[in-house]
Design a protein around this ligand. Sequence first.
Ligand code: G3I
Ligand code: 9MR
Ligand code: ZN
Length: 541
Amino acid sequence: VDANRIRSITVNQIGYPQEGRKLAVFTAEGSFQVREAASGSLIHLGATQPLAYDEASGQAVAFGDFSAVNQPGRYYIELEASKARSAVFTIAASPYEDVHLGLLKAFYYYRCGTELTEEFAGPWAHGACHLADGTIHGDPSRSQDGCGGWHDAGDYGKYAGPGAKAVADLLLAFECYPGAFRKPVPLPETDGFMPDVLHECRYELNWLFKMQDLVSGGVYHKLTTPHFPPLATRPEDDLSPLVFSPISATATGCFAGVMAMAARVYRPYDEPFALRCLQAAEGAWAWLREHPDVPGFKNPPDISTGEYGDKQDIDERYWAACELYRTTGQSVYHEALQAYSREDFYKYGLGWADMSGYGTIAYLLGGDDQADPALYASLLDGLRQEADLLTVQSEQDGYGLSLLPSQYIWGSNMLVMNHAMLLLFAYRLLADRRYEEAALSHVHYLLGRNAMDTSYVTGFGDQAYRNPHYRPGVADDIEEPVPGFVSGGPNAGLQDECAKAHLTGKPPAQCFIDHEDSYATNEVTIYWNSPALFVVSHWVR
Ligand code: G3I
Ligand code: 9MR
Ligand code: ZN
């Protein structure tokens, strides 16, 4: 990122909903003006708060409030003394419809095992990829179909747990905000009956079925080539053998959870499919019960793709039980989840390693009339405490974000969006407006109101990042990035050479580089897009 690009006024580069609080972040204090973009005419005069040091960004920053501007239109903000300007942004009743559609369409671009045609992929069309059968690790004589699903990220691996998180976020978004999904994307499957988000998720679910061992019910951890191919590899040229890595409890628990969820969500649209999802979930549940104590997944010595290692599997088991209970109402699942809930583990994580929050949310959204009153009350109270903490942290942060300086880790934008998701569930269940406002503040951060003055969604915002660590994009000769992809974001861990070379010594929220080599700060994944899609859905009616 060119440091000169970073303006002294940062805003949500897409814009702000008409109603409610509107804040810009300034790195200089003084009087400012809000002007109409086309005419330059003065709309509002304001003054920033005094500058204060913000630890995460390492900057002195101040908010400037322009909530008084509530006429729909295009605006920019100008500092009176320096004449420095912000990005031009929109104020509108529903400013996030396009970015919402972009975040959803991104999943189509992640599709594996099918041709992306020009009709739907435009210039980013490519041939069908990863069509060969995979062998079962440790038994090369056995091979089976694993075609389809979404690529995980900038690599071409397909990992069951992360895939389940992504689908769970999308299905929850649809359950909570059906009105946000009325418009067709469109997709090849668009039929005017089943919403496109469900078509897109079914593409991944149909692949997930193939990850289940039908004999035991267990789910293979991942399907990948043994090693990552070079960066500039087109998907259809990645022809190394595909291998199903061993079954893991975390993958199996996630599979049971997401399949149980799908059984509920698809029932009104496709009953046979819903039934198949439920049977798959029950098969996985049986495996979990027969394997109460299994070691966490580790890459076999001959495999070096993403490990997604996670020693704790009680959270995935808990999610599976909660989701199966919400969908079926059967007491066996209620008893199981009650037993898990008495164990001491964090109950509000939203993946990929910590899936407990999906269980808690399923139990709470299932309603208190289906629940054990004491457990319901304690889970709800815990949610309130989490949301209060995130709200206070947001109020104390220079950019209105709930991340602590230590939380700018690999994929920090997932944490940003997961926190916003939790705040929105708390708002839904507890009706406290502060939670909704804090959640919106996280959207502003993602879309440009941050220390990098960068929108972390490709194609959206006047300074959106452009060079994701994304193999199809590196291998093609198209200047523009595929739109709608959420970047991992600032990561003080600097776990790649590019980040080390350019970012050493920077404050956490500035540890980001828009370079295709920086996989630790600027890769893309399905499960960084999915919570963002959930969150933005709240403001699309
Ligand atoms: O949880 C700890 C935290 O307690 C600690 O304070 C912090 C300090 O560094 O680290 C946290 O752990 C980090 C973990 O992500 C958190 O989720 C690790 O350092 C970090 O190395 C780890 O990064 C993961 C990365 O793979 C490397 O394993 C990312 O979460 C994960 O999204 C990423 O996933 C990759 C796949 O392997 C392959 N496909 C692409 C995908 C995205 O980059
Ligand atoms: O491209 C890979 C990316 O998808 C992973 O997240 C990352 C960490 O596991 O690894 C990337 O691959 C790099 C490999 O680890 C080291 N050599 C360079 C590769 C990128 O070109
Ligand atoms: Zn593929």
